[in-house]
Design a protein. Structure first.
Length: 282
């Protein structure tokens, strides 16, 4: 509301013979003032950014779960930005249907794939100072979003990361995947150091301007961008904190990593290489 009042104060007007006339030196100035008022009135307190690819079984349930989690914590002025890369299932039409109903903004990207670039495009169009980043497949529990935001506000943090490896956190997944994740994360922690306990959780709340100011160097194929995000955040002296969360193995949709052992190897290689690049050659 303060931003709206501030924007309105700049608008000069006169009331003459029953008519309200806006005063501006030029049409451009008037357009600028109107844009400022519109931007201030459409401002949200948080934007939840969700990259999607073939998530038709999750997208509707997710919108409902995020909305009820935020609403029950007293937040009504939120937006959910779904960034889809031309999914081949019904995800695009489902997100459009939700976008028509208010809290959801649908971003359709054509001819491009990538989780990190999708997230960053979502961050760019976000109408809030704080963004929450999460997956669409319920691996990241929507019920935890208010806790991320509360921690950020109360502690004055720039980035709050949800961790599977801090007290109270955990992994609810088949044994092989759980074992591989714990082992893998232990190695990553040795390489990257103890800034955070979870370098690949992918579930965060971040101050939008701080995130946009970080410069990323490496292109990301899957979730390895998380290593660089946390590394750059630390390097830029952002104030970082963690809260615990329990990771849920994807229930709906196809899991790419559970398909083949060779996938695991590819995954480990990609993440391991990125960790070493960041730590020793950056
Ligand atoms: N926009 C966009 N989103 C993607 C792309 N690939 C995956 N996603 C989304 O990014 C999030 C994380 O991807 P997941 O497929 O869940 O990755 P994962 O958790 O490592 O693997 P599984 O859950 O086991 O399949 C999900 O919301 C996906 O729908 C992509 O190319 N573009
Ligand atoms: Mg997943």
């Amino acid at each position: 509301m303060a931003a709206v009042n501030e924007a309105l104060e700049e608008v000069k007007y006169v009331y003459k013979s029953g008519k309200l006339e806006l005063e501006a030196k030029s049409v451009a100035e008037l357009q600028h003032l109107i844009a400022k008022v519109v931007a201030a009135t459409s401002k949200r307190s948080v934007s939840v950014i969700v990259p999607t690819y073939n998530e038709e079984g999750n997208v509707g349930r997710l919108v409902e779960a995020i909305s009820s989690s935020l609403e029950s914590s007293g937040r009504k002025d939120f937006e959910i930005i779904i960034v889809d890369d031309s999914s081949r299932d019904k995800t695009p039409e489902l997100m459009d249907r939700h976008a028509a109903s208010g809290h959801v903004a649908a971003v359709h990207r054509l001819g491009i794939r990538g989780i990190f670039s999708a997230i960053m495009d979502g961050v760019r169009v976000a109408r809030s100072d704080v963004v929450a980043i999460m997956d669409a497949d319920f691996s990241h529990p929507p019920a935890k979003i208010p806790e991320l935001l509360k921690k950020m506000e109360e502690g004055g943090f720039d980035l709050v990361s949800a961790s599977r490896f801090t007290a109270g956190g955990g992994i609810d997944a088949p044994f092989s995947r759980k074992f591989a994740t714990i082992l893998f994360n232990s190695v990553i922690r040795i390489v990257m150091g103890g800034v955070v306990t979870d370098w690949t959780g992918g579930f965060h709340a971040v101050r939008r301007d701080k995130l946009l100011n970080l410069s990323f160097k490496y292109p990301a194929k899957w979730g390895e961008f998380d290593l660089e995000l946390l590394f750059r955040a630390k390097k830029a002296s952002l104030k970082i904190a963690e809260i615990p969360f329990v990771y849920n193995f994807r229930e709906e949709g196809k899991s790419k990593s559970a398909e083949k052992f060779s996938f695991f190897i590819g995954y480990a290689w990609l993440y391991g290489k990125r960790a070493l690049q960041l730590r020793f050659s950056d």
